[in-house]
Design a protein around this ligand. Sequence first.
Ligand SMILES: [Zn+2]
Length: 137
Amino acid sequence: MKLNAVPTNRPDFLEDCPLCTIPFHEKLIYSDDQVYICETKDKKGHKNRIMIVSNKHERKVSRKFTENAIQKLIEKASKIFTEEWIIVRGMTTVPDHWHLVAEDTASTDPKEAQLIKTASIVWNSEHKGKSNPQSQS
Ligand SMILES: [Zn+2]
């Protein structure tokens, strides 16, 4: 399989950033001119864990961009996940590069299981929307 060459003409591209370089050496679930979706390397005890990433190395994206990305992630993740799953903001890894993570709500890693309870949930497959009570007030 031939992979794309790393672009030299993109000023936003950071060779040291794992999220910038993934599309050039890993298999993607989906990609278009704005985002790509792939499995996360670290499953953190989950059965399934995937993420959607902006093609550009940017921290902030528009509301419309986020909405489109969430729609796309729901579409792809619905075919992968069989149990309840959530979309959360990526917390620790690479805060400078915009991405969202989709994962099932169970984890065999106790630390991760604890983290899920306080995670900022963007979307929940059971409630078909936000499930974070604080954000509904
Ligand atoms: Zn990056």
